[in-house]
Design a protein around this ligand. Structure first.
Ligand code: UD2
Length: 291
């Protein structure tokens, strides 16, 4: 397990850094929306993945060491499609990366913010990552020039999604301050914002709360260019264990008061890191899974 899940062996002293712009990028990717699995399994990239869902380029030293963190429950088909898709593209982007799937045990209602925080803490324990990407399981990147790297400010990697298609734009956003789906932050950016709030159970609110946290910590989300950050959203039904949270607006109103006492670094008056019980960990073929 330690070999499969442990830190990367960096005994590659003679290698040069990978080029600033990866040479093998294609640009806009065609995904067959009627047959997702077929459209994302057509190359050798999957064979190069090390158990636990990790990879690093053979011939150069990656410019970013990216942890992909997927808050998750009961979306096996999506997970299979997304992880294959990511392995395919992130290798073209010449990243060193690892995919973590953080699943919330039943019967507790889903809590995306809490899972993101746990994923961040777990990834930090596990490896030496320079960038942390919180990723929805149903969001498929459609342009491989959308590099999964961090910046001097937190990054919202989505400029538009088919989920928010409008009559004149295939890839839309619901509102200007919307920062959800896929975001990239360094350790210090995530820590400065005190991560996500842990108190949003059920659907909604945690993303707007996080946007506010980033602003209050004097940072600002940046996005790639419009035609680069486009995503295909895999259609899905509402999940029974993630109903809309009717209290989310009230919780959001009190968000400022909670920022320093409740997040990834602190939990209420104990001023300690969040605690969670890990029921299981598996180094699976395409990702590391934590329940
Ligand atoms: C929107 C946001 C999402 C989040 C959510 C509110 C977009 C593209 N995404 O997603 O980032 O802010 O609203 O909570 O607008 N999940 C599971 N199993 C479940 C429930 C959720 O795996 O039973 C995970 C999965 O990674 C999913 C994410 O949580 O992509 C967001 O949940 P959603 O897809 O049900 O919500 P959605 O699409 O409205």
């Amino acid at each position: 397990d330690l070999v499969a899940g442990g830190k990367t062996n960096r005994n590659r002293a003679n290698l040069k850094p990978c080029p600033e712009t990866p040479p093998g990028l294609i640009g806009k990717i065609t995904i067959n929306a009627r047959n997702f699995t077929e459209s994302v399994t057509n190359d050798d990239s999957l064979r190069r993945v090390v158990y636990g869902g990790r990879y690093s380029p053979d011939d150069c030293v990656a410019r970013e060491r990216t942890a992909i963190i997927i808050p998750y429950r009961d979306r096996e088909d999506h997970l299979d499609i997304l992880t294959r898709h990511l392995h395919n593209i992130l290798q073209r982007q010449q990243l060193e990366y690892r995919i973590f799937v953080i699943e919330m045990a039943l019967p507790t209602q889903f809590n995306r913010g809490l899972l993101a925080n746990i994923g961040f803490l777990f990834a930090k324990e596990t490896g030496d990552f320079s960038c942390f990407i919180i990723h929805d399981v149903d969001a498929l990147m459609m342009n491989d020039k959308n590099l999964y790297r961090c910046g001097s400010q937190p990054r919202h990697l989505v400029t538009g999604s088919t989920k928010f298609r409008t009559w004149n734009d295939e890839y839309g956003l619901p509102y200007g301050s919307y920062m959800s789906g896929v975001i990239a932050l360094t350790d210090s950016q995530f820590t400065q914002a005190n991560g996500f709030s842990n108190v949003y159970f059920g659907w909604g609110g945690e993303d707007d709360d996080f946007t506010n946290r980033v602003q209050r910590a004097n940072m600002k989300f940046e996005r790639p260019e419009k035609d680069i950050g486009i995503y295909l959203a895999i259609p899905h039904e509402t999940d029974s264990t993630n109903p809309k949270n009717p209290a989310r607006f009230g919780i959001l109103d009190a968000s400022a008061a909670r920022q320093t006492i409740e997040g990834v670094n602190s939990f209420y008056n104990n001023r300690q890191k969040i605690k969670y019980k890990r029921y299981a960990i598996e180094y699976r073929r395409y990702y590391t899974w934590i329940l």
